[in-house]
Write a new protein. Structure first.
Length: 408
């Protein structure tokens, strides 16, 4: 350890690993010294001790002068926010109850917006014109979308083709670490649809949940979000640029319930848009993925139009989570809301409420994260009309310790 920051960083990593002994979801990835993980496992620290040390480290940080160099200043602020978030997570695990909005602000350094029911009703009216007919809109949409389910025996071919395309597009703009790789597993009985388990050394395990039918558009969504230029690239670049090059060990651990997750999920979602324009995505899905899935490509354009409007309903999920976690909705009411305003099937809506149970206000990281990242990149000249600048700003963001509050 060469600086006070290095000492604080090592202590932070060990605290995250200690929290992981109380809550297995809290540590998403770790590729630092194995003995640190072994020590955390063999000597489970009391939650009170973790909380006390986190407070002491925050006090130590406050005594350090804020560096003038931007990258060092970002490191200082990153450690502050991550430690503060860790302390809050320990309190929540100990029984402290926060409202949805307060929890989101304390854990993820962001304030989620609120939308009235009328906002979603208006969008549902627009969607109804794309799939006309009789009966409730959610039922009509579900019936139409079922034509685009990827058959189970074709899933692997479709997903791997999507990953290959996403990787090819990413490599044209972002130099990837030599030997980077991933492997794919298909799993069941999960509250999520896809997950990237970063292994270190630029290797990832990408899991896809097959509990429910997987629709055609999810191939690119998951390939880009979990792989290229999403989580796999994000973690690989942080490891190369910050851990290996700078020796900043705080990035050898990924604390899931922390501000880092808003950056991770936001860039992974926006990365889909960085990799494909709407026209490019339609062409690739229609000409490559539809045939691989054995689906009729003649409806590809209408389906893409529908998906673009459904994407604007994403905050309906946040509203369901807020009302459910704050006690205003029962599980059944949250499920009904998701069916009506997020246009989920009842089965998928019920699965989503299990996600709320497990991850709580984490849901804001996907849509609010995407919106904040998009605005940040575009404010720096990375608009859709300047693809190369967009890639440059995106790559810079996923290689740095910038915080959600730093995107505004």
């Amino acid at each position: 350890m060469n600086t006070p920051y290095d000492r604080i960083a090592e202590a932070y990593v060990k605290l995250v690993l200690a929290v992981g002994q109380h809550d297995t979801d809290s540590v998403d990835a770790f590729y630092g010294p194995p003995e640190w993980a072994a020590t955390a496992k063999s000597a489970k620290r009391p939650a009170e001790s973790i909380h006390t040390e986190a407070s002491a480290l925050l006090s130590d940080l406050e005594k350090l002068p804020l560096p003038s160099e931007e990258i060092l200043r970002l490191r200082h602020q990153y450690l502050q926010k991550q430690l503060s978030s860790l302390r809050t997570r320990v309190e929540i695990l100990g029984g402290r109850h926060l409202s949805f909005d307060d929890e989101a602000a304390a854990l993820y350094d962001a304030a989620p917006p609120t939308f009235p029911e009328e906002h979603f009703q208006s969008l549902i009216g627009e969607i109804a014109t794309i799939v006309p007919g009789n009966g409730p809109v959610p039922e009509r949409i579900e019936q139409f979308r079922r034509k685009f389910i990827i058959p189970t025996h074709r899933l692997d071919a479709v997903f791997l083709a999507a990953i290959d395309e996403c990787r090819s597009r990413t490599k044209k703009h972002i130099p990837l670490p030599p030997g980077e790789s991933f492997r794919v597993e298909y799993v069941t009985n999960k509250s999520w649809s896809g997950y990237n388990w970063y292994q270190g050394q630029s290797r990832s395990l990408i899991q896809m949940n097959t509990d429910l039918p997987i629709f055609l558009e999810r191939a690119i969504d998951l390939a880009a979000h979990e792989g290229y230029p999403g989580h796999h690239v994000y973690n690989s670049l942080l490891e190369r640029e910050l851990v290996r090059t700078r020796g900043w060990m705080e990035f050898s651990v990924y604390a899931l319930f922390s501000p880092q997750s808003l950056i991770a999920e936001g860039t992974a979602n926006f990365g889909i848009e960085v990799a494909f324009t709407a026209a490019e995505r339609l062409t690739f899905e229609r000409d490559v993925l539809f045939p691989l899935a054995g689906l009729d490509p003649s409806e590809a354009e209408r389906y893409a139009r529908l998906q673009s409007v459904i994407a604007r309903l994403t905050y309906a999920g946040n509203e369901a989570a807020r009302r459910y976690l704050d006690g205003a909705f029962t599980r059944e009411q949250a499920t009904d809301w998701l069916v009506r305003y997020a246009l989920m099937s009842p089965e998928r809506a019920m699965q989503r409420t299990r996600f709320f149970d497990q991850y709580r206000s984490y849901v804001i990281n996907y849509n609010l994260g995407q919106d904040l990242v998009k605005r940040y990149v575009e404010s720096r000249g990375g608009g859709a009309e300047n693809a190369e600048r967009r890639w440059q700003e995106f790559a810079q963001l996923i290689s740095s310790p910038r915080l959600p509050s730093g995107l505004r």
